[in-house]
Design a protein around this ligand. Structure first.
Ligand SMILES: [Mn+2]
Length: 471
């Protein structure tokens, strides 16, 4: 039986419907007993926050995995193609992106990685993209980002999302599928596309083919750099050496104009297309060769209003006949989730208990006063000594009770306050644990998007590190 549709009309996000009661029917997902999912039905089901049967989820992961396994480290692709940057669990924005980009039935897509973490619909992102890969294997191409790792997904929120929506086994299987994702792509033999950037150890394009990619990304070396490195944030790409340690990421390198020019010269390429960094406009042309030249590095970021906080636009790159066309889009409202995937009972029980405790407390205090008055009248005269003893004992018990209830009240008040703090911080900047107020302590409205974006980015930067030490 389907649940009632919002009888109290109190859903936080009105335009999101109530999730389906049951997982998607196997025969609807895989019509005609095939292993090819009906992506249209699946998309609509996921849009309503619907789930799959565990066996169907595994089927999709396995089918996609066998295709990824057969692909090389470096995909050779041709335009027309749409290049998509980081998604970060923003499923509803991914749907918007497909509306703009067009159906993968006819349009070829290359995704640059970072499908999961930060947003709270990473599972849906993975299920939809994997299903599309199974259905249109030569239209959907997926590269690995630095978040497609056990390390990052445990530190951020994808692991707990997966366990909440499915189970640990589903998480492990998705991690195994991440180990199969290709690392980069050569488009028209002119552009190289990857998640992070180049590496000091990347002398020739062939070096990419030599990487053993079927594993958790290492802490250093060419595999790590492809997923982690960044271009220097400077208008001219100035850097005192070709590569320098990447302080913000805690691993890999930043690279400048010199490193890029030398790389492009020796590989005979025009430009590096990568994601990995939030951009206010959804993209950035690193025109280190001068404003009239073709940008040597292009960053594209496809998660609008990143973490519900950055207020940035998203963008995709349409590459057709070697011509780059940027298409921007804004964020789409998404269903409301309690922090840390908390359910409504876990959320409301502390509040309820706190109130019940307050009632007990009031009753006990009253009883202790009445008890005293009653005792004064009835027992004092007859057996003063006995009454005194009973009263003392009674008082001591009551006192203990009041004390322990007081403690409980304090405890539940604290839990409730923490819940409220978390709710306040629905800007899921870090596994839903950091508040918007951490960004905007003074609670001022910033005058422009750029100021807002820069402040969010500055605070967030330290989080977006390699957490090898954490694990
Ligand atoms: Mn990244």
């Amino acid at each position: 039986m389907e649940p009632l549709s919002d009888p109290l009309n109190d859903r936080v996000v009105k335009n999101s419907t109530i999730p389906p009661h049951r997982p998607l029917d196997h025969n609807l997902l895989f019509p005609d007993k095939s292993k090819i999912p009906d992506t249209k039905i699946l998309r609509e089901h996921l849009k309503k926050e619907g789930k799959l049967h565990k066996s169907d989820l595994i089927q999709i992961i396995e089918s996609a995995s066998s295709i990824f396994r057969s692909e090389p480290n470096l995909l050779w692709l041709r335009d027309p193609i749409i290049i998509v940057g980081d998604i970060h669990g923003q499923f509803y924005d991914l749907l918007k992106m497909f509306e703009i980009g067009g159906s993968p039935k006819v349009t070829k897509y290359l995704f640059l990685g970072d499908y999961v973490d930060r947003g709270v619909f990473s599972t849906e992102v993975i299920i939809l993209l994997y299903s599309l890969k199974v259905r249109y294997p030569d239209k959907i191409y997926m590269l690995r980002g630095n978040h497609e790792s056990r390390n990052m997904t445990s530190y951020f929120n994808f692991r707990s999302e997966c366990i909440t929506k499915y189970d640990l086994d589903a998480y492990d299987r998705i991690m195994e599928s991440f180990d199969l994702l290709p690392l980069s792509s050569l488009i028209n033999e002119k552009f190289i596309a990857l998640h992070g950037g180049i590496s000091p150890r990347l002398a020739a394009i062939e070096d990419i083919g030599d990487i053993n990619r079927f594993r958790e990304p290492p802490k250093d070396g060419i595999f790590c750099d492809i997923l982690w490195s960044d271009p220097i944030n400077d208008d001219y790409g100035r850097l005192s050496s070709q590569f320098q340690p990447n302080q913000a990421r805690g691993c890999s390198f930043v690279f400048g104009h010199e490193a890029v020019t030398k790389f492009l010269d020796r590989t005979d390429l025009i430009s590096i297309i990568r994601g990995h960094e939030a951009q206010l406009d959804g993209f950035k042309m690193h025109r280190w060769n001068g404003s009239n030249e073709f940008p040597s590095v292009i960053t594209v970021f496809s998660a609008p209003n990143y973490c519900d906080t950055y207020n940035n636009k998203a963008a995709i790159i349409k590459l057709d006949d070697d011509v780059i066309n940027i298409q921007q889009f804004n964020f789409t409202n998404h269903p409301f989730m309690l922090p840390n995937f908390m359910n409504v009972f876990a959320w409301s029980v502390p509040f309820l208990v706190e109130k019940v405790m307050a009632i007990f407390m009031a009753l006990l205090e009253k009883k202790s006063v009445n008890g005293k008055a009653e005792a004064d009248e009835q027992y004092e005269k007859r057996c003063e000594e006995l009454e005194k003893q009973i009263r003392e004992k009674h008082k001591a018990i009551l006192k203990d009770k009041v004390k322990s209830i007081g403690k409980m009240m304090k405890l539940y008040k604290k839990v409730r306050e923490e819940h409220e703090f978390l709710l306040d911080s629905q800007a899921t900047i870090f596994s839903g644990q950091m508040s918007k107020h951490v960004f905007f302590e003074d609670n001022l409205a910033f005058e422009c998007d750029e100021e807002n974006f820069m402040k969010a980015k500055a605070v967030d930067e330290s989080l977006e590190k390699s957490f090898n030490s954490y694990i």
